[in-house]
Design a protein around this ligand. Structure first.
Ligand SMILES: C[S@@+](CC[C@H](N)C(=O)[O-])C[C@H]1O[C@@H](n2cnc3c(N)ncnc32)[C@H](O)[C@@H]1O
Length: 372
């Protein structure tokens, strides 16, 4: 998933620091700005007990599916009620030579059923596709008509199943995670939902297809949170605290508003050219130059962690000096740096002026063993 600040490509760098500093290979790892949960997933696989947190609900969906959920659930109840899924599944299975694990087969059968639903004209089609908005004040083309109608049909049915108690909470979040990924894959954007493209990009022309999420089995009880990191930090204790806050002024809520709506399915009163949902309550102080320093200092002061790692980059709104000053109140900070190609959208190329003029960005990890 293209996500501002996604650390997928930086995982080897983060892990190099953790290995080099000989941090404990067991214990509690807290990823307190989890976003896509890529970092949390990586450390869940390594056997840590995870604590995750974010203010966005789509992130909570990922946290539930990939972090809190430890199993491949069976989907038995929905299979009993929706007889067509079972029939189709049995037909496929009788032709298979190698049989997969039953629960994985069930998930595939459910996704296959959802992928083939008749289209519906719902919230996404009526607000974010050309057909649905052709007579509205604002014409929008975030999705091809067909894909928007598929999102509507799938999202509606997942909710009906949930309301009927035909799927468990785990199954609900797994299906939602798969839908959010699939919708994002065919969205007609160049990186964020802050704008749609005027010309269809090739991915947007593909058929929306739900794929089975790669779930991670584990025996630990992981904790997930939908809240402000500064509130959470006062109530948790961990061995390793990984901090990956927003580093520029682009708020996540308006930049990923459609994913938030697909996740919440709350029929919001949207407005403006891009069909934004109200987001006052999800504005982050970490995106505000005048407030982020204070917020960060409060987080560090209240962190009950043996080790702290902070990811930041050289274009961030907090200066290196301010970060070091804040961290040194809890111990001696070490700094690791690596150069990367920047996350960039097509709008960026045309309009944005960067502090650093080339295509590269220096990613920094500040490492600290707390002594007080
Ligand atoms: C740089 S991104 C994290 C990316 C993540 N490490 C990944 O690999 O996907 C920052 C995240 O912080 C979240 N966020 C912003 N302000 C927050 C706050 N006050 N408390 C918790 N999360 C916040 C944003 O929603 C966003 O997902």
């Amino acid at each position: 998933m293209k996500y501002i600040g996604n650390k997928f490509r930086l995982l080897p760098f983060i892990d190099k620091v953790i290995t080099q500093e000989k941090l404990p290979t067991k214990g509690t790892f807290c990823d307190i700005f989890s976003g896509t949960t890529n970092v949390a997933q990586f450390y869940k696989k390594k056997g840590y007990k995870l604590i995750t947190c974010d203010i966005m609900y789509y992130s909570y969906v990922f946290q539930y599916a990939y972090i809190k959920n430890n199993i491949n659930p069976s989907f038995t109840k929905v299979l009993q009620h929706e007889k067509d899924i079972l029939k189709a599944k049995n037909k496929v299975q009788s032709s298979l030579f190698f049989k997969e694990d039953t629960n994985k087969e069930n998930l595939k059968a459910v996704l296959n059923y959802l992928n083939n639903l008749p289209e519906e004209k719902g919230f996404v089609y009526l607000n974010y596709a050309p057909g649905g908005t052709s007579n509205s004040k604002y014409q929008r083309q975030y999705f091809k008509d067909e894909n928007a109608k598929k999102v509507d049909a799938i999202r509606n049915l997942i909710q009906i199943w949930k309301n009927n108690d035909w799927i468990t909470k785990e199954e609900y979040f797994i299906l939602l995670a798969s839908l959010i990924d699939a919708a994002d894959f065919v969205a007609n954007i160049s990186g964020t939902y802050g704008a749609f493209l005027k010309i269809w990009r090739s991915m947007a022309l593909k058929h929306l297809t739900l794929l089975p999420p790669k779930l991670i089995e584990s025996n630990s009880k992981h904790e997930i949170h939908l809240e402000d990191a500064n509130k959470l930090v006062r109530n948790i204790k961990c061995d390793i605290l990984y901090i990956d806050p927003p580093y520029n002024s682009r708020q996540y809520a308006p930049n990923f508003h459609i994913l938030e709506t697909i996740a919440r399915w709350d029929n919001p009163n949207i407005y403006g050219k891009t069909g934004l949902r109200p987001y006052d309550k999800q504005k982050s102080d970490y995106n505000l130059k005048e407030k982020c320093g204070e917020k960060f200092a409060d987080l560090i002061k209240n962190a009950d962690a043996k080790y702290i790692l902070l990811s930041y980059n050289n274009e961030g709104i907090m200066s290196d000096e301010l970060i070091r000053e804040t961290l040194c109140k809890r111990g001696k900070a070490k700094v690791y740096k690596q150069i990367y190609r920047r996350f960039r959208t097509e709008r960026d190329h045309a309009k944005r002026h960067y502090k650093v003029s080339n295509d590269k960005v220096t990613e920094t990890i500040y490492f600290l063993k707390t002594i007080n």
